[in-house]
Design a protein around this ligand. Sequence first.
Ligand code: IPE
Ligand code: MG
Length: 154
Amino acid sequence: MNSPLHVAIIMDGNGRWGLKKKKSRNYGHRQGIKIIKDIAEEAIRKKIKFLTLFTFSTENWRRPNSEINYLLNLMSEYIDSETNKFIRKGIKIKIIGNINKFPIKLKKKLKNLERITTTNKKIQLNIALNYGSRQEIINAMNKFRKKSLYKRYT
Ligand code: IPE
Ligand code: MG
């Protein structure tokens, strides 16, 4: 069977999984982020060219601050420890979603990760951060409004 060109995964259930293991939600998050590399490697083996992971959504800001901070720190730590692996394995990282609300240090790390993996060719890993379907529709409408096409219909 031919592999699909693009696979998208919504990360979900990590917190519940941690609790089910009689640990914490944060433990689940830590294990969840670790698995990203395995998923990307398997996708490369399967010759999938685009892998999109939906991770932190706009709705996730409603969680307790302690959990949000844990997740943001986890991302930061993850970038520090995994960047070299992404480069070595030919993984190009693209951040999708609006990261403006993220702490400046993390934003810089994310931008840097995109920049230094930009010429990688094995697979493109899209990481959706602070994404939301509502926001996507608003963004698309705003883009559409800017185009002359819109004027023809108004
Ligand atoms: C996915 O797991 C990771 C994030 C959204 C940050 P969840 O955090 O959604 O875990 P559950 O669904 O509450 O168990
Ligand atoms: Mg969930």
